[in-house]
Ligand binder design. Structure first.
Ligand code: SF4
Length: 379
């Protein structure tokens, strides 16, 4: 069984020299969906291979529900990119299988250079990564030497190597607030919406790269207002990669982990969710008696490009997951010099998170979890 079909994906490509952006084309493979019988056989095979190879599966919330379940059932991790990085680094397994997009595999390799890092598909990319080429970004940094460079996790190893700090959406706000308190001016890349949100919350002086996530960028405020009228008791959970007009309608703005915890902890029975719809699997498990509705991406004012599901996250399937474990193909390699430089900004974030005792992995035991809403609340 092969993943051969591809589709064209449109994304916003920043043009920082002119301060604009243009629509560019990329491509993504369309996954083959196995039958129910094939699925069961693949799952059993993957479990066996993980055991035989002393490997652990680390999956993002946006990937296929079967892969998320497999990660949990086999002692791996399903989480956001910060916890994926930390879990992979601290786990004793010699092989990490990262189900997500390429920058996540690179981050795992940077943090664990001695480990073998495999990914179901090395072509699974991200519009934020694509829209922030390392050479253009380096030139932008060179133009602003007085600024502390803070990059979002969704960037290549080469971009991270040029940065002072790496952040994820779960900790970016706290880190920028801390830098701002020290009087530092920030150069932020690549997500313009998350950057603008953090700028608004912290008051920091931030110069923003103009990238965006093709999934979050297409949530529409006009249609969201209509949906809120239809579900007047629903609380709105929004990921801050969404446009400001959508964030303005949120009851809670937060990272994927923070959104899941909000769904568990808030009294409401209905939630409208503005992030990749892959998160609904974990959200529904965390709060089985609640009703979740995906925020609108299409309507009178919109065309649906991704339909709330990342085409690159969707490239992670049971078929190619089993194949990489069988063959050892799709290993991630990062140039050692680039890796060493990139480690500095990632370690800074992990040290900062450790000092704050930020536990960002939702568990079944709420009493053991840290409160995750510091700096995040009703928008
Ligand atoms: S959902 Fe958006 S930010 Fe996440 S990998 Fe896909 S394009 Fe990148």
């Amino acid at each position: 069984m092969q993943m051969e079909a591809t589709k064209v994906v449109e994304f916003e490509r920043p043009q920082m020299d002119s301060g604009t952006s243009c629509v560019a084309n990329a491509w993504a493979k369309v996954p083959v969906i196995p039958s129910a019988t094939e699925k069961e056989a693949l799952k059993q095979r993957i479990k066996q291979l993980l055991r035989e190879q002393n490997a652990v599966l680390v999956a993002h919330y946006y990937v296929d529900a079967d892969i998320q379940d497999l990660a949990e059932e086999t002692g791996g991790c399903v989480s956001d990119s910060l916890e994926m990085a930390r879990f992979g680094r601290d786990h004793e397994a010699k092989t990490l299988v990262v189900a997500g997009v390429r920058f996540m595999g690179e981050t795992a390799k940077i943090l664990s250079p001695e480990k073998r890092i495999l990914m179901p598909d090395l072509d699974a990319t991200c519009s934020l990564d694509l829209g922030c080429p390392a050479d253009e970004f380096a030139a932008f940094c060179d133009e602003h030497p007085d600024r502390t460079v803070v990059v979002y996790a969704n960037t290549s190893a080469a971009v991270k190597a040029r940065a002072d700090w790496m952040v994820t959406s779960s900790i970016g706000l706290d880190i920028v607030a801390d830098l701002h308190a020290q009087g530092k001016k920030i150069l932020w890349a690549p997500d313009k919406h998350l950057g603008a949100y953090i700028q608004k919350q912290t008051g920091a002086d931030m110069l923003l790269w103009q990238g965006s996530c093709l999934v979050h960028d297409e949530f529409k405020s006009v249609e969201l207002e209509t949906l809120k009228e239809e579900y007047p008791n629903a609380k709105v959970l929004v990921h801050p990669e969404s446009p400001a007009s959508v964030v303005a309608l949120a009851d809670v703005v937060g990272s994927t982990t923070q959104m899941i915890n909000a769904a568990k902890e808030m009294d409401a029975k209905e939630f409208i969710v503005a992030t990749d719809n892959g998160i609904l699997h974990k959200m529904q498990m965390a709060a089985p008696d609640k009703h979740f509705i995906v925020a609108p991406t299409a309507g009178n004012s919109a065309t649906c490009k991704s339909c709330a599901h990342c085409p690159w996250m969707a490239m992670n399937g049971l078929v190619n997951l089993a194949q990489v474990l069988e063959t050892g193909a799709n290993e991630i390699h990062v140039d050692s010099e680039v890796g060493k430089k990139a480690t500095v900004c990632i370690d800074r974030m992990l040290d900062f998170a450790a000092k704050k005792k930020a536990n960002v992995r939702p568990s079944a035991d709420l009493a053991k979890e840290q409160k995750l809403f510091s700096g995040i609340g009703p928008a």
